[in-house]
Ligand binder design. Sequence first.
Ligand SMILES: Cc1ncc(C[n+]2csc(CCOP(=O)(O)OP(=O)(O)O)c2C)c(N)n1
Length: 320
Amino acid sequence: MSLNTRKSLGLFRAMLRIRRVSEAIEAEYPENSMPTPVHLSTGQEAVSAGVCAALSPSDMVFATHRCHGPYLAKGGDLNAMMAELFGKSGGSSGGFGGSMHLVDRGAGFMGGSAIVGGNLGIATGAALASRMKGDGRVTAVFFGDGAADQGVLYESVNFAVLKKLPIIYVLENNGFSVCSKVSARQAAPSVFLKGVDKRLLKASSIDGNDAVAVLALAERAVKRARAGQGPSFMECVTYRIAGHAGPADWDVEGYRDQKELVRWKRRCPVQRLKRRLVKQGVDSDVFSRMENETAAEIGAAFDFARKSPLPDSSDLFQAT
Ligand SMILES: Cc1ncc(C[n+]2csc(CCOP(=O)(O)OP(=O)(O)O)c2C)c(N)n1
């Protein structure tokens, strides 16, 4: 098997896992066993998988309220994620944080944030700390097009360029901020890239549903960061197939064109990569084995979450 096929299979496994975990959450959510809002990233898996595959375990990732994908792709513990969603003590934030506040420092996953744009400044600060300590870590910060409307993005990028910080700004442009389209909020497509001086900031816009392309761009960004050449900005154009929050069928009707949704479903990043791998000669047994392993892992994580005790209120100040 060629190195490229092996890398692509790694991306496929990461995306499949995120997709199947999301589906399992969707199926369980109406049971009211998870006392937390959930923001699924169905359709956006290639961004998490591609960016995180370019990073080493000690590199840092900061994410948003839609953080399951980056958490899992960065090596976060699935048992701890599920227990967190169930509000149990075995959760990654002791059951006190919920779905938007996953964290796994051991895996370099520094946390999701419910404050839109909130992690941009914090991640930039973490990259400054890496630069000052010379620890060689690269930081990637995920944020949505809604967060890109905020001034903190410009302040952060400006500072990162000024100090040549080892950071990658990963814009997951999924077309919406809750129910509000990008075109209703921004003057032109990729407006935040238009005025950028390319000599100062390496900024690109790519197909965010192509995991191989995301990985290739992220690898270049990591290389630049490690070489002390400063930040990169990657706009990954994708689509949120799920609703803003909760299971997909909880989506508020009317705010998006159903034909557009169907078109993007056809561009499913997981199926796209599978088709490519089949063309490269990967056997159907490989996919069946991955499906079985993923299902077993998810089943075990749900069991772990169900059996984990509720947190003790006296632990509240330890966990927050
Ligand atoms: C500072 C702030 N303003 C508003 C909100 C309410 N809010 C929660 S999610 C969201 C949309 C964010 O859209 P985007 O950044 O594109 O991320 P996506 O949900 O599309 O992944 C908003 C406005 C918030 N949590 N924080």
